[in-house]
Design a protein. Structure first.
Length: 179
């Protein structure tokens, strides 16, 4: 019979296991130290590169920009105004304008020509009305709609198309409220 009881008064450590664990910890800490050192060196190099780029950008900003001639400035200004005009033309809502005009056109009035003048926001309207009362009604509806103002009857003329067909040919100018 074999008894495997330790009768010693103090606990004995396995020194080989403790030294191996300490060696693994030292190696791991050395690897972490080397990795942190490399990261620090890389960040320091990046900071120096960024500082040199910042100083170069500051020098460029402090230096006087090259001047442009009056002809170049006029050409650029003309190009900008041309493109702004195109943008303004594209942003106008023609469908909404035509819908507002349709809403105020009464029965017995037919429109034959819409001629816009973009500089003054004036629209010239030509058409035919069944009678002068229908034309008066159209003028009143244009004024009362709020979408048109300064409505002016430019001309009107009674016409006979054939024996039973008579009407009034008219021409109106009005300003359009941009909404």
């Amino acid at each position: 019979m074999r008894i495997a009881i330790n009768l010693a008064t103090r606990t004995i450590y396995d020194s080989r296991l403790v030294s191996r664990l300490c060696m693994v910890a030292v190696v791991l800490l050395a690897v972490l130290l080397a990795w942190n050192f490399l990261r620090f060196a890389r960040n320091l190099g990046e900071m120096r590169r960024l500082d040199s780029e910042i100083s170069a950008a500051d020098k460029r900003l402090r230096s006087a920009p090259p001047g442009i001639s009056e002809q170049e400035h006029a050409a650029i200004k003309q190009g900008v105004s041309f493109f702004n005009e195109i943008i303004n033309r594209k942003t106008y809502g023609w469908l909404a304008f035509l819908e507002r005009l349709e809403n105020v056109t009464p029965d017995g009035v037919t429109l034959s020509l819409l001629s816009p003048d973009k500089r003054d926001d004036i629209i010239k309207i030509e058409g035919l009305a069944r009678n002068f009362r229908a034309l008066e009604n159209f003028l009143e509806m244009l004024e009362d709609s709020g979408a048109f103002h300064d409505v002016l009857l430019l001309s009107h003329k009674n016409e006979e198309f054939w024996e039973q067909a008579r009407g009034v040919r008219f021409s109106i100018s009005c300003k359009v409220n941009r909404q």
